[in-house]
Design a protein around this ligand. Structure first.
Ligand code: DX5
Ligand code: ZN
Length: 214
């Protein structure tokens, strides 16, 4: 699968509807929604109020990435707010299973995420229990950072495990993705690429999304 999920973190919040409508027209299949609490990560982005214009205007699935402590307190509300998938960080919780169950009970797709400093093998026990895993290719917290090359080895490991165990779990990469590294990431087995600044800082975001796919 080859999906581009532009992150609205880099959108113009003064003109969010225009940016959402651009994404609706584009070849992006999903819209990535970065929620930061200022505790799990050293930055605060946005929360439930921004889900409203997103669900109102977006015609594409909302892929919610929670960078928060205590995701168990909020996952159901994000499901009710219109998330198509809800992901949270493995390293933010003691046991992800009950939280995954809360999301599943809402009929919403699940995603487990790890930051670049977390051993990728920690995802192995959950590969058959989630719809998607998200490998951060920068440290969660800010858009516009540089892709960490070591992510490639993690991607290969996860892809191999998924193939070996004949799973259909999707693999998403988030951070520092651009038109140059997108083909390499897809070729190495990524299904979904998140791109914030590469899309929204581009003179022609729709064309940039197209180029990432082709
Ligand atoms: C970082 C977020 C990313 C970020 C990606 O904490 O999870 O989704 O917005 O931004 P770029 O593509 O600019 O690295
Ligand atoms: Zn993200």
């Amino acid at each position: 699968m080859k999906i581009i999920a532009p992150s609205v973190l880099s959108a113009d919040f003064g003109d969010l509807r225009r940016d959402i409508e651009m994404l609706n027209r584009s070849e992006a299949e999903w819209i990535h929604v970065d929620v930061m609490d200022g505790v799990f990560v050293p930055n605060i982005s946005f929360g439930f109020p921004v889900m409203e214009p997103l669900t109102k205007y977006a015609t594409k699935p909302l892929d919610v990435h929670l960078m928060i402590v205590h995701p168990e307190k909020y996952v159901e509300r994000f499901c009710d707010a219109g998330a198509w998938s809800v992901g949270f960080h493995l390293e933010a919780v003691e046991d992800p299973m009950p939280i995954l169950d809360l999301i599943k009970a809402k009929g919403v797709r699940t995603c487990l995420t790890i930051n670049p400093d977390i051993d990728v093998h920690r995802l192995d026990p959950y590969l058959d229990k989630v719809d998607m895993v998200l490998l951060m290719s920068v440290f969660a917290g800010f858009g516009g950072q540089k892709f960490i090359p070591e992510t490639m080895d993690k991607l290969r490991h996860v892809r191999e495990e998924i193939e070996r165990r004949k799973l259909s779990t999707l693999v998403e990469i988030d951070g520092g993705v651009n038109v140059t590294n997108a083909p390499t990431l897809f070729a190495a087995g990524a299904d979904v690429l998140v791109a914030g600044s590469a899309v929204f800082k581009s003179d022609n975001p729709e064309q940039t999304i197209h180029q990432m796919l082709h």
